[in-house]
Design a binder for this molecule. Structure first.
Ligand code: S3P
Length: 436
């Protein structure tokens, strides 16, 4: 994909549905009694992988697509209604599918194997194997390397407490989902609060969850009671702030831009990007603040702005973890040196995002240093188009499509169609806003 336009972004855009919430609507809908109706479902490849896994376990799910995203009906069969899968479960590129589904599979009365693509088979799964084993699960890594394929023999689980060393919603959600099948209360403490969509949606479906800050450790604890009766619900998925992030960044960078992003999820466990942009001097106004179920959302009015460098670290990191690639692009154009720290998790995402961002920022002429847990980025130099290798990582490809608008010359993004993981219409939407 070659991008050689540099025009301002004008007009408005409805952002496709949130990926994390879309996954959970299928999973929890399948475990509920009755029908769950999902509107503005994200039809990215990751969420389709989740649907395919539940199809294989006997859940009837219909998906229709229109201009407003996916409309899904999940015909749930209750907590104990899944069937043994007809074949190996394939999560594709989706870490959320492997990790959350493993928690569910651990408590079933059947055995299963779950795996995914080459990237998934390199991502760490010990982080879920360890707590599941502590709950009595029978789960192992086929190659003994702590990665997928995972073999899971369903069994009766015990309630347990898990102190997670990482702030990860995928780990937290895996443990909570296993906890639905345990013989007592299950709780998980994480060192900083990660996205809380599972907690909000499980409660909405009728589960009994308690949450609270843990003064002794400074962490956050969630506990869940076993064997709830979950009931199918209507869910309107708000726009994904992680997808909105590319358009926020593009509008900030290209002079003369004024963009209205409609119906974006602004859950405080996900809105760190907005807070960092504002600290960088961004002109972003929240309009029409509302709720979609338990999820807060708003329209975002973004105008081009002169940006200055910031430091990004600590408890903020989990609230913007997926936005760090595009924040690194903003830092490349901001005045001063931006330091990103406490973000070692970036090394185990769809790619090693510290290495891949550093490689590609260097290609466009930006002085950048990789550190074990982040990057030091010197911004404000004139940057130029280059050939970009996103290592098939959707968020890196979209970040450099944004950079293209503010770089001199042409950007050539290899394997550009990897964006279909989370945003199939991304390039079309970007080009359309630049033509308004
Ligand atoms: C996700 C959680 C995050 C995020 C991922 C989606 C989720 O991962 O990076 O894209 O849906 O729970 P971690 O929880 O492992 O940080």
């Amino acid at each position: 994909m070659k991008i050689n336009y540099h025009s301002p972004l004008r007009g408005e855009l409805s952002i496709p549905g949130d990926k994390s919430i879309s996954h959970r609507s299928i999973m929890f809908g399948a475990l509920a009694n009755g029908t769950t109706e999902v509107t503005n479902f994200l039809t990215g490849a990751d969420c389709l992988s989740t649907i395919a896994c539940f199809h294989q376990m006997g859940i009837d799910i219909t998906l229709e697509e229109d201009s407003r995203g996916g409309h899904v009906l999940v015909h749930g069969k209750g907590l104990h209604g899944l069937h043994a899968p007809s074949a190996i479960l394939d999560a594709g590129n989706s870490g959320t599918t492997v990790r959350l589904l493993s928690g569910i599979l651990a408590g079933q009365s059947f055995d299963s194997v779950i795996t995914g693509d080459a990237s998934i088979q390199k991502r760490p799964m010990r982080r879920i194997i360890t707590p599941l084993l502590a709950m009595g699960a029978d789960i192992s890594s086929e190659k003994g390397n702590g990665c997928a394929p995972l073999h899971i023999c369903g069994t009766r689980l015990h309630g347990a407490h898990y102190d997670s060393p990482v702030a990860s919603a995928q780990v937290k959600s895996c443990v909570l989902l296993a906890g639905l099948y345990a013989d007592g209360v299950t709780s998980v403490t994480e060192p900083a609060v990660s996205r809380n969509h599972s907690e909000l949606m499980l409660r909405y479906f009728g589960a009994d969850l308690q949450t609270g800050a843990d003064e002794a450790s400074g962490g956050f604890t969630v506990s869940v009671a076993p064997e709830p009766t979950l009931t199918g619900q209507k869910i309107y998925v708000p726009g994904d702030i992680s997808s909105a992030a590319y358009f926020i960044a593009a509008a900030l960078l290209v002079p003369g831009s004024e963009l209205l992003l409609k119906n974006v999820g602004i859950n405080p466990t996900r809105d760190g990007m907005l807070r960092v942009c504002q600290a960088m001097g961004a002109d972003i106004t929240l309009l029409n603040e509302d709720h979609s179920g338990a999820e807060p959302c708003a329209d975002l009015l973004v105008r081009s702005s002169a940006l200055k460098a910031v430091e990004i670290g600590g408890g903020l990191i989990p609230t913007l973890i997926d936005e760090l690639p595009v924040l690194a692009v903003l830092a490349a154009f901001a005045d001063g040196t931006t330091v990103i720290r406490d973000a070692a998790e970036l090394r185990v995402k769809e790619s090693d995002r510290i290495a891949v961002m550093t490689e590609n920022l260097t290609r466009i002429g930006c002085p950048v240093e990789a550190t074990p847990d982040g990057m030091i980025i010197t911004g404000g130099r004139p940057l130029h188009g280059a050939q970009i290798d996103p290592h098939k990582d959707h968020r890196i490809a979209m970040s450099f499509a944004v950079a293209a608008l503010a770089c001199a010359g042409e950007m050539d993004i290899l394997d550009a169609d990897c964006v279909k993981i989370s945003y199939p219409g991304f390039y079309e939407d970007l080009a359309a806003l630049c033509r308004e």
